[in-house]
Design a protein around this ligand. Structure first.
Ligand SMILES: NC(=O)C1=CN([C@@H]2O[C@H](COP(=O)(O)OP(=O)(O)OC[C@H]3O[C@@H](n4cnc5c(N)ncnc54)[C@H](OP(=O)(O)O)[C@@H]3O)[C@@H](O)[C@H]2O)C=CC1
Ligand SMILES: O=C(O)C(=O)Cc1ccc(O)cc1
Length: 428
């Protein structure tokens, strides 16, 4: 095909946070930026104007085009610009869910266009170096896959080769279920009208991760979370199992079924955290976890917690036959933290027994766990019904409650992510 890295023109459709990050990285790496730069300047002076005609322009001139728009509009946008794609070009997308994206490409792109899609498994402010970058050779020659790899090599990310279907099955867990758990924590705290770090029960260790990640999610754009959950065919089932695990464990707790609760949770733990891995280094450690508290109470004053959210994710993984370590290839920073705190609880027998006994004996957690159970089921229903507007409504209502705390949480959360992520790579 005679395409070389040096004379390729790269087009990005959708100049939001991720599109801009891609554009900055690719031009900074020495790609011919003139077409992109002129487009950007042109758009910069047209604030608030939808830039439809330039999507055609980008498509016409580019050898590799990346669609970086909201997952919910991908079909519409590809239908619009896809037919203008340059003869023989390669097209990819950076949306978080591949089923609708690849279906849109198959449907709307001319037959002479090849398809190599991608997905950077991190947010726009995270350093791309060493993070997983999924590449999907959907309808393309090996040569074209190499070409795309070459273009994206400047990210320094770790290339992971998957089909669209495998991508969606794994990210349903690493992203959609992970988000469902944190979204539910925020919903429960809001329902009980409490900022958890101002409450004696939530300070230190695992609690810091729960709080900082929850606030981080609610301070972001709702459509990213809605899109990757609602549009992913595998996510509904996995989120439903999570809600069922939460509900069933909660019923064992309020029924006082200590032995059954312990047996079930420990059996799940044994299937997820296999024997023989006990000696492995934990992803997270106390010293690290304790540095990032929004509360000013010392750790010793922090009473034990039932950790329903963590018990339930392990039950859920076990019921679905998921080994979360296998999913590290598609792990986002949030997923590594989530797995890190879960492992921290399950690889410490004393801590796990304390959580299980607290769940049975300490009724102070009942109302929090009740709200958490309602919330997990409500988010699961919301995703199953596939209704973007009600997702948005729920998300924004809770985000509004936490909004005054976003600035302090962001500062601390960023430090926490940086420190913890240095210790939790996706290589484990
Ligand atoms: N944010 C994240 O952490 C990550 C997001 N992703 C995925 O990347 C994609 C983009 O997300 P993100 O950048 O965060 O979201 P943004 O909302 O910041 O960006 C989406 C962009 O698409 C543009 N757009 C929508 N329709 C059109 C159109 N017809 N023509 C041209 N541009 C259009 C929007 O423009 P306008 O605002 O003018 O409507 C907006 O600038 C999503 O699919 C998301 O799932 C992937 C990895 C991480
Ligand atoms: O790490 C997470 O789960 C995030 O919330 C950031 C994010 C959002 C969407 C993606 O497709 C990839 C990463």
């Amino acid at each position: 095909m005679g395409r070389t890295k040096e004379d390729a023109t790269i087009g990005i459709i959708g100049m939001g946070d991720m599109g801009k990050m891609y554009a900055n990285r690719l031009s900074a790496a020495g790609w011919r930026p003139e077409n992109y730069e002129s487009l950007k300047q042109e758009f910069a002076s047209q604030q608030g104007v939808t830039i439809f005609p330039n999507g055609h322009l980008v498509s016409r001139i580019s050898d590799f085009i990346v669609y970086s728009v909201e997952a919910g509009v991908i079909d519409k946008v590809v239908a619009q610009y896809g037919p203008s794609t340059k003869l023989g070009a390669i097209v990819g997308g950076q949306t978080s869910c591949k089923a609708p994206e690849l279906a849109a490409f198959d449907k709307h792109l001319p037959a002479d266009v090849e398809i190599v899609s991608c997905h950077s498994l991190h947010g726009p402010k995270v350093n791309t170096q060493g993070q997983p970058l999924v590449l999907i050779q959907h309808r393309a020659s090996d040569e074209s896959l190499k070409f795309v790899e070459h273009i994206l090599s400047s990210f320094g990310s770790k290339h992971v080769y998957l089909t669209g279907e495998m991508h969606d099955r794994i990210t349903a867990d690493t992203q959609a279920v992970t988000h469902a758990a944190f979204l539910s924590m925020g919903t429960a705290w809001q329902a009980n009208n409490q900022f958890p770090w101002e409450h004696g029960r939530w300070v230190g260790g695992i609690e810091n991760v729960k709080i900082n990640i929850t606030l981080r999610i609610y301070s972001n754009k709702w459509h990213v979370y809605a899109g990757l959950a609602i549009l992913n065919p595998a996510a509904k089932q996995q989120i439903r199992q999570y809600a069922e695990s939460v509900t069933e464990l909660y019923k064992l707790m309020i029924g006082g079924h200590r032995e059954e609760l312990k047996r079930r949770v420990k059996a799940a733990g044994a299937s997820v955290f296999k024997a023989g891995t006990e000696g492995q280094d934990l992803l997270l450690k106390d010293e690290v976890l304790d540095q990032f508290s929004l509360s000013n109470r010392p750790r010793e004053k922090s009473p034990p917690n039932s950790h329903l959210s963590l018990l339930a994710i392990v039950d859920c993984w076990s019921k679905l036959g998921i080994v979360p370590y296998d999913h590290m290839i598609c792990s986002t920073p949030l997923f590594r933290l989530w797995l890190g705190v879960t492992e921290y609880l399950f690889r410490n027998d004393d801590l796990l027994n304390e959580a299980l006994d607290t769940a049975i004996d300490d009724t102070t957690f009942r109302s929090d766990d009740l709200e958490f159970t309602f919330a997990a089921r409500a988010w699961s229903d919301c995703v199953s019904f596939g209704d973007f507007e009600s997702y948005r409504h729920r998300f924004e209502r809770i985000a509004e409650y936490f909004a005054p705390r976003f600035p302090e949480a962001a500062t601390l959360g960023n430090q926490m992510m940086k420190t913890i992520l240095e210790k939790t790579t996706s290589n484990k």
